[in-house]
Design a protein around this ligand. Structure first.
Ligand code: BJW
Ligand code: ZN
Length: 250
């Protein structure tokens, strides 16, 4: 079913749900002015030196030219500086405060969910403000923008660090993905918000939820690769639709 507004029936299903799991993607940050990877809904697309993201954010480039990967992330961090969460992020933080069993899984590395007040965020693809040591694997916050040194050096052992994000061809942090899968299969309502749902294994989560009996609700201005399994596609912007789930509850 395709809808353009949040109906009373959806609000009451949301109120009655015992377990809600949400998967977000770049589209949830689009209304904050953050570009997406593949466009859609009038969003800007990340571009840098004419190279596609699949090449820039790849394990291959990390292995051959880590300084260039840091320059790309430095550019991204510069753009994110000063960007604020939007009503979609704030609504999700409120969903978490009101629900008894709520899990927010994000593919985003921009940290805007936490900035909006979400507490438990499962970051499948890492965090742009964190670095990971290539020698001792410790992780640390690295917020210099622009970078003071490329690569930044590990606070523990002085070794070179890389962005603590998951590039194409890299394995997702195992514990985090396992928790996301568990929440997907436990949910009775599963929301897929602002993602083109083409990147795996994240895009497998709504499929796993559906198989386990969840009702799947998609929020996106456009139909996506996952629309065919969604019970409801809410066609529109996250920042406009997500707050509507809270509106009749005072
Ligand atoms: C709005 C809106 C508004 C606009 N409101 N909405 C199975 C099948 C095929 C391939 C694979 C597979 N398993 C693994 C692969 C390979 C690969 C993959 O999936 N490739 C596909 C592209 C085909 N996956 C991987 O490599 C993963 N690793 C892995 O599986 O390891 C095992 C392995 C190892 C070695 C070999 C093989 C397997 C890792 C994936 C990591 C992805 N990393 C990135 C970059 C992170 C760092 C960075 O930011 O640079 O993560 S890629 C990029 O895409 C980023 C995103 O998190 C991710 C998803 O994008 P997202 O969020 O969906 O954004 P968009 O732009 O695509 O969509 C935006 C949406 O918003 C649109 O729908 C708009 O309409 C909508 N929108 N405005 C609501 N206002
Ligand atoms: Zn180290």
């Amino acid at each position: 079913m395709v809808l353009t507004t949040v109906t009373d029936e959806l609000i009451s299903a949301f109120d009655r749900a015992r377990s809600v799991t949400v998967l977000t993607g770049a589209g949830v940050s689009a209304e904050s002015g953050v570009p997406t990877f593949r466009g859609g809904g009038d969003s800007e697309i990340w571009t840098w030196r004419g190279k596609p993201v699949t090449e820039l954010s790849s394990a291959e480039l990390m292995a051959t030219d880590p300084k260039l990967v840091w320059e790309w992330f430095d550019h991204r961090r510069g753009m994110l500086t000063g960007i604020q969460p939007n009503p979609g992020h704030f609504a999700l933080a409120e969903w978490e405060r009101r629900a008894s069993d709520f899990t927010l899984v994000t593919q985003n590395i921009d940290d805007l969910h936490r900035a909006a007040g979400s507490l438990n965020v499962l970051e499948l693809h890492g965090n742009i403000w964190r670095a990971r040591c290539l020698r001792c694997a410790s992780t640390f916050e690295a917020r210099d923008t622009p970078l003071e040194e490329n690569p930044p050096l590990c606070l523990a052992c002085g070794g070179p660090a890389r962005p603590d994000v998951v590039l194409f061809g890299e394995i997702l942090p195992e514990g985090v993905f396992a928790r996301a899968e568990e929440a997907a299969t436990r949910a009775d309502l599963f929301f897929v918000i602002g993602t083109s749902a083409v990147v795996y294994p994240a895009a497998g989560l709504p499929i796993a939820a559906k198989r386990s009996g969840a009702r799947v609700i998609e929020v996106n201005p456009e139909m996506t690769d996952i629309s065919f399994i969604a019970d409801v596609t809410l066609l529109g912007r996250a920042g406009e639709l997500l707050p509507q789930f809270l509106k009749q509850r005072g």
